[in-house]
Design a protein around this ligand. Structure first.
Ligand SMILES: [Zn+2]
Length: 260
């Protein structure tokens, strides 16, 4: 079984990749909604694919359908409850203009501290289930699945970071801070959640099917609750749908080829 240090290093690296999403925002402050919606669609497809092929399927291979089903239902319910309790910016970007700039009323009302808390809350809700998934997979002894999850979650952290950096950049934060905040948004919650998932399943390997289901349910809930709504309503639903399918297929192919 992979040791905890390796898991923490792997999830921290995957989390740090989030910072790359801020790079385009350093050169350009406003983006077409087509780019934004497509990036979110792709990230959503990857998360959905990872939930199915890297968590639910391995879960049923080591446990029962009932265990995985209960895990998925509880994970999704947990996400929805956390979503209510933790203050965060709900599909904040929906209210922004199609050219990527904030509406004037919004810019004026933007109290930076409050905004930071909201964005921090939303990014934690989004990134914690991903870290949990990686930790759970490694603790189960499915090393290949653990590395695959870390890889694909790292990849989709780039569009995640981009989705975070575009509105954050529009608040007028300096470029070094923008990169730092975007990087921290992934590099903090993911290793913490991975630690929780890893420790839990390490206590009892029998927990894997339920824990894998839980992480999958939470990720699927994030996709439908946050990412799908945020990528629609600007006239680019077709692009977002196409990239969602591409992301989903990417995981299907990678999972089939790499983890037999
Ligand atoms: Zn994500």
């Amino acid at each position: 079984m992979t040791d905890l240090t390796t898991v923490l290093v792997v999830t921290t690296v995957a989390g740090l990749v989030t910072g790359l999403g801020a790079v385009p925002v350093l050169f350009q402050t406003s983006f077409s909604h087509r780019v934004y919606d497509s990036a979110l669609g792709f990230a959503g497809g990857v998360m959905f694919g990872a939930s199915v092929f890297a968590l639910i399927v391995p879960g049923t291979e080591t446990g029962t359908v009932a265990e995985v089903t209960v895990g998925v239902a509880v994970g999704a319910a947990f996400l929805l409850v956390a979503n209510r309790l933790i203050p965060h910016a709900h599909a904040e970007y929906l209210r922004w203009k199609a050219d990527g700039t904030a509406r004037d009323e919004d810019a004026e009302e933007a109290d930076s501290v409050r905004k930071a808390v909201l964005i921090g809350g939303s990014i934690t809700i989004h990134n914690a289930p991903e870290g949990l998934a990686i930790g759970v997979a490694f603790a189960s002894g499915l090393e290949g699945v653990g590395f695959l999850l870390a890889l694909v979650i790292g990849i989709q952290n780039i569009p995640d970071g981009f989705a975070f950096a575009v509105p954050a950049g529009a608040t007028g934060v300096t470029k070094p801070r923008l990169v730092a905040y975007t990087t921290l948004s992934g590099a903090v919650p993911q290793p913490v959640a991975a630690f929780v998932g890893f420790s839990l399943v390490e206590l009892s390997e029998g927990l894997f099917p339920v824990a894998a289901g839980f992480a999958a349910g939470a990720m699927i809930a994030v996709v439908f609750r946050e990412m799908v709504p945020s990528s629609h309503g600007h006239g680019y639903s077709d692009s977002a749908t196409a990239t969602f399918v591409v992301g989903f297929l990417l995981i299907f192919v990678v999972d089939t080829v790499l983890v037999v």
